[in-house]
Write a protein that binds this ligand. Structure first.
Ligand code: UDX
Ligand code: ADP
Length: 480
C-alpha cells in the first residue's frame, strides 16, 4: 500500500488529502500538523475549516485510509510520498520585507524530512512558493541525505475556497512539475498515478519544475488582474454613469475573454492573490525586470485603491463624517461559503471606518468574534504566522461589536456595508432593516448583490460598486 503523508493540515492540505483518500482506497493518507488544536479539530465533528461538502468526504474516509496526527516525524518517516503544505507568509522583516515569501516553515519542514527519513521519498511542493524553491529544498535534502534518494516535485493546488471539493473532484487541470532525469520522470509518473484514480489523463499536465512553480504564480496573477481590471472600470462607470455589470456582461460575451471572474467588488482578498503577486513582483525585481515588476504591482495597487475608494464613498455620503455613528458590516470573510478571513477586504474597510471613529457592528455567518477582533488587531502580513505569534488582546475595540444576526447588526444603524456576498444577504427583509435604522438610512453594497432600484424604493440612499450614483451620493462626493 502506498503511503502518503501531508505536512500542514490547513485549507490546502486538509481538503486535498481528504479527496485523495476518498478517490484512492488503496492509498493510506496521513495529514500531520504541529498544531495540536488543529489536528484535534480534524479528528472531531467540528472541522477546523468551513468548506461545503468537506464534512461528508472526511466522514467517509477518516479512520479507514485517512488519518490526522501530530506525530509528524513518525508519519513522514513511514511515507513514500510527502506533500508539504505549510504556511509561506510574506516576509515582514529583512531582505524583501513586504514582498518576498518567508520560507522559514518550508525550510524547517525540509530539514525535518531529511533528519527522519530512512527510505527513498518523493517530496511534493504543494504550498505556493517562489520559483526555484524546489531547487533550494532539493539542496537541503540532498546535503543531509545519508544515501537516501529524494525526488522533488512541484504540484501546485488550484482549488478555490468555498468550492474546494468541487474543484478537487473535477479539476480543470492537475499540474505536476519534476526533474527531466529518469528518476525525476519516475517520480512524476508515481504522482500522476495517484491523480489518475479520478482525473482524466488529458487533464494531468506535466512540466519541468520551474514551469510548474511559475504557472501557479502566473495563474493567480492573471485571475487577480481580471478583478483589478473590472474594478478599475467600476470607478470609471461611477464617474460617467455606465453600469459595470452591463459592461462586464458585454465584455465577457467575447469568447476570447469569457464571462467568469468579472464581478466588480470592494476588492479581492484571500490568502493567495496579494501574496503571490507580491512574490512575483519580487522575483521580477531580483531578475532585473523592473518594468514587469511594476506592471504586476499595479494589480495590487488598484485593489488597495478600490478598498480606500469604498471607505471614502461611505464617509463622504454620510456628510463627511461617521464619527460616533453605528455602521453595520455584513460579512467579514473574504468571499462567501468560507470562514476564512485572510486578507479579507473587510479588514481594510473596518480600519478605514474606525479611523473616522465609527461604531461598527459586524455580522458574518461563519466568522467568530475572536477571529474578527484578532484580525482587526493584527499588523499587515502577520496573519500567516502561527496564532501564538499574533496579538491576543486587542486594544481599541470599544468601537467594535460582533453580533450573530444581520437584523441585530443593523438595528439603529446609520448605514449598512455589505462586504461579503453571502446568499443570505440577498434574502434579508430590507424593509424591516430600513424601518429599524436611523434616517437617512444608507446602504453601501460592496458586492453588487442587491437590486438598487428596489432598495431606493424602500427609501435607502444606495451606493453599489460601479453603478450609476444615487443623486444624494453624487452631490456629496469629495474627489475620490
Ligand atoms: C484563488 C484561486 O482562484 C485559486 O485557483 C488558488 O488556488 C487560490 O487563490 P481563492 O482565494 O480561494 O482562490 O478564491 P477566489 O474565488 O479566487 O476569490 C479570491 C477573491 O477575489 C475573493 O475575495 C473574491 O470575492 C474576489 N473576486 C473573485 C472578485 O472580487 N470578483 C470576481 O469576479 C471573482
Ligand atoms: P494553506 O492555506 O496554504 O493550507 P494554512 O495556514 O491553512 O495554509 O496551513 C498551514 C499549516 O501548516 C498550519 O496548520 C501550520 O500549523 C502547519 N505547519 C507549519 N509548519 C509546520 C511544520 N514544520 N510541521 C507541521 N506542520 C506545520
Amino acid at each position: 500500500m502506498v503511503k502518503i503523508c501531508c505536512i500542514g493540515a490547513g485549507y490546502v492540505g486538509g481538503p486535498t488529502m481528504a479527496m485523495i483518500a476518498l478517490k484512492c482506497p488503496d492509498i493510506e493518507v496521513v495529514v500531520v500538523d504541529i498544531s495540536k488544536p488543529r489536528i484535534a479539530a480534524w479528528n472531531s465533528d467540528e472541522l477546523p475549516i468551513y468548506e461545503p461538502g468537506l464534512d461528508e468526504v472526511v466522514k467517509k474516509c477518516r479512520g479507514k485510509n485517512l488519518f490526522f496526527s501530530t506525530e509528524v516525524e513518525k508519519h513522514v518517516a513511514e511515507a513514500d510520498i510527502v506533500f508539504v503544505s505549510v504556511n509561506t507568509p510574506t516576509k515582514t522583516r529583512g531582505l524583501g520585507a513586504g514582498k518576498a515569501a518567508d520560507l522559514t516553515y518550508w525550510e524547517s519542514a525540509a530539514r525535518m524530512i531529511a533528519d527522519v527519513s530512512k527510505s527513498d521519498k518523493i517530496v511534493v511542493e504543494k504550498s505556493t512558493v517562489p520559483v526555484k524553491t524546489a531547487e533550494a529544498i532539493e539542496k537541503i535534502l540532498t546535503h543531509n541525505n545519508k544515501g537516501i534518494n529524494f525526488q522533488i516535485l512541484s504540484n501546485p493546488e488550484f482549488l478555490a475556497e468555498g468550492t474546494a471539493i468541487e474543484d478537487l473532484e473535477k479539476p480543470d487541470r492537475v499540474l505536476i512539475g519534476g526533474r527531466t532525469t529518469p528518476e525525476g520522470q519516475k517520480a512524476v509518473a508515481a504522482l500522476k498515478a495517484v491523480y489518475a484514480h479520478w482525473v482524466p489523463e488529458d487533464r494531468i499536465i506535466t512540466t519541468n519544475l520551474w514551469s510548474a512553480e511559475l504557472s501557479k504564480l502566473a495563474a493567480n496573477a492573471f485571475l487577480a488582474q481580471r478583478i483589478s481590471s473590472i474594478n478599475a472600470m467600476s470607478a470609471l462607470c461611477e464617474s460617467t454613469g455606465a453600469d459595470v455589470s452591463e459592461v462586464a456582461y458585454a465584455v465577457g460575451k467575447d469568447s476570447r475573454i469569457g464571462p467568469k471572474f468579472l464581478n466588480a467588488s470592494v476588492g479581492f482578498g484571500g490568502s493567495c492573490f496579494q501574496k503571490d503577486i507580491l512574490n512575483l513582483v519580487y522575483i521580477c525585481e531580483c531578475n532585473g525586470l523592473p518594468e514587469v515588476a511594476h506592471y504586476w504591482k499595479q494589480v495590487v495597487s488598484i485593489n488597495d485603491y478600490q478598498k480606500t475608494r469604498f471607505v471614502k464613498r461611505v464617509v463622504s455620503s454620510m456628510f463627511n463624517t461617521v464619527s460616533g455613528k453605528k455602521i453595520a458590516i455584513l460579512g467579514f470573510a473574504f468571499k462567501k461559503d468560507t470562514g476564512d478571513t485572510r486578507e479579507t477586504p473587510a479588514i481594510d474597510v473596518c480600519h478605514g471606518l474606525l479611523g473616522d471613529k465609527a461604531q461598527l457592528s459586524i455580522y458574518d455567518p461563519q466568522v467568530t468574534e475572536d477571529q474578527i477582533k484578532r484580525d482587526l488587531a493584527m499588523n499587515k502580513f502577520d496573519w500567516d504566522h502561527p496564532q501564538h505569534l499574533q496579538p491576543q488582546s486587542p486594544t481599541a475595540f470599544k468601537q467594535v461589536s460582533v453580533v450573530w444576526d444581520a437584523y441585530e447588526a443593523c438595528k439603529d444603524a446609520h448605514g449598512i456595508c455589505i462586504i461579503t456576498e453571502w446568499d443570505e444577504f440577498k434574502k434579508l427583509d430590507y424593509q424591516k432593516l430600513y424601518d429599524n435604522m436611523q434616517k437617512p438610512a444608507f446602504l453601501f453594497d460592496g458586492r453588487n448583490v442587491l437590486n438598487v432600484e428596489e432598495m431606493r424604493k424602500i427609501g435607502f440612499v444606495v451606493y453599489s460598486i460601479g453603478k450609476p450614483l444615487d443623486p444624494w451620493v453624487k452631490d456629496l462626493q469629495v474627489s475620490i
